[in-house]
Design a protein around this ligand. Sequence first.
Ligand code: BG6
Ligand code: MG
Length: 224
Amino acid sequence: MNIHTDKIGCLFDLDGVLVDTAVYHYKAWKALANRLGFDFTEAQNEHLKGVNRMRSLEMILDWGGVSKNEEEQLELAAGKNEEYVEMISKMTAEEVLPGTLQLLEQLKAAGIKIALGSASKNSGLILERTNLAHYFDAIVDGNHVTASKPDPEVFLKGAAAIGLEPAHCIVFEDAQAGVQAAINGGMKVVGVGQQNNLQGANIVVKDLSEISVTQIIDLVNDKV
Ligand code: BG6
Ligand code: MG
């Protein structure tokens, strides 16, 4: 027998799944690297997807061969975030990625619960600016978790916040660490992006316009 739709949940990563903020992260990190006297490439930026702010900084300092103490690191991260927040404060609903609104509307109509599971501490601002906040039954982000993806904490908290079993939840992710976090949490995963960055995902789509509510229901019911 099929699981009833009100027992099914969709847990969405934010950056790279619903909106494309990677470009803003890139600009702000690049400015920081340049101030410290080294460059930061788009290829390196790819490795920071799904990685939290302090860990991202550590990786960048490593690539630049620069060492900073804890206090300096906190200051650098705060400076980067200030610049990043200035950019995302100007975001608009036009920056929502293709297929997002249609899918969120269809999930709501089907009675499927929707939660956010993001590493970002800025998710509230981004969801407000892009007019997406009202779709979410629960928001779990970098302000609520201590462990970074691939630890499943963010998604387990998301499932708990909407009162559903992890096995009845589907995670939408654009980062390998996020796919792994979902698998570690016992959830199904829809990878958004390129297959080679999304090993282990049950389905991979280019963007959310390529997935339907029927496929989501089938996936939870092990029919995919
Ligand atoms: C993730 C992004 O969603 O959030 C990472 O993919 C980012 O690139 C992380 O570092 C933390 O974001 P923030 O907004 O808290 O600095
Ligand atoms: Mg992401």
